[in-house]
Design a protein around this ligand. Structure first.
Ligand SMILES: Nc1ncnc2c1ncn2[C@@H]1O[C@H](COP(=O)(O)OP(=O)(O)O)[C@@H](O)[C@H]1O
Ligand SMILES: [Mg+2]
Length: 247
């Protein structure tokens, strides 16, 4: 589904170049729920933004559903973003003037077509994520967890190859975080969704199939869940502690 090989990205400040991603290799399979963790500044958002076609990168390969991103025009990249990817952000990014149901349909409105089929899918997503009862409410009238479940539903309305989420539980309490993680799990189980999530929250990450640890722009370690959730969280915390001690 996603294949990243030797990805390198630097930021230019004045005439200086600061390397941020220093040769990232990773792959995500269809219907996998993968988290990326790492200290602040380790390059997590930069990695996500490269995969999202938001920022250019110097070296390496990113392939999404078999399509190579390097060399695509701005127009082609916009098409990948709109048709192949779904996005979930820390601060929800819902439109205040639209209802929950309308927000879910926004990617279709942008494409200029809201088919009967899209409306049916929106209703299925509302039901799958337990937010049917708030379909006609506005973002200001619902909780943070409900807003983020709305955003997860919106990310799925175009039936993307993959959902990219940057700190989706970063603004939520633990109960709302759980509701959002369960939305991802349901999307995976019932819609074969693939989710790639950046998080600093070991609780959220412990629900994933696999966790990639990033340090100083490189993949430090990859942990696959083999045990139950709480044991996996303990193993994650131990690996993060070990990583932080290796200065
Ligand atoms: N647009 C930018 N211009 C220059 N430097 C940036 C830019 N975005 C991020 N950085 C720097 O790149 C490094 C990695 O940032 P980021 O990918 O946001 O890390 P993370 O999400 O893991 O906290 C940091 O040192 C950050 O200051
Ligand atoms: Mg970040």
């Amino acid at each position: 589904m996603l294949y990243v090989k030797n990805l390198e990205k630097s930021y230019q400040t004045g005439n200086k170049s600061y390397p941020v991603l220093k040769g990232i290799d990773l792959a995500v399979a269809q219907q996998e729920f993968v988290a990326v963790m790492g200290p602040s500044g380790s390059g997590k958002s930069t990695l996500l933004n490269c995969i999202s076609c938001y920022i250019p990168f110097e070296n390496g390969t990113i392939r999404l559903g078999g399509q190579e991103l390097k060399g695509l025009t701005e127009h082609e990249l916009a098409k990948v973003r709109n048709e192949k990817l779904g996005f979930v952000f820390q601060d929800f990014m819902l439109l205040d003037g639209l209802t929950v149901r309308e927000n879910i349909l926004v990617p279709r409105i942008i494409q200029g077509i809201v088919s009967k089929e899209a409306e049916t899918l929106a209703d299925e997503l509302l039901s799958l994520f337990g937010i049917t009862h708030i379909a006609d409410k506005y973002p200001a009238e619902i909780s943070g967890g409900e807003r983020q479940r709305t955003a997860v539903a919106r990310s799925l309305i175009n039936q993307p190859l993959m959902i990219l989420a940057d700190e989706p539980t970063g603004n939520l309490d633990s109960k709302s975080s759980l509701a959002v993680i369960e939305a991802f799990e349901n999307a995976k189980k019932h819609l074969n969704a693939t989710i790639f999530m950046v998080t600093h929250d070991s609780y959220a990450a412990s629900f994933c199939d696999r966790v990639i640890l990033l340090k100083d722009g490189k993949v430090y370690d990859t942990l696959e869940k083999q045990e139950d959730r709480s044991q996996f969280q303990d193993r994650l915390l131990a690996a993060i502690k070990k990583m932080s001690l290796e200065a």
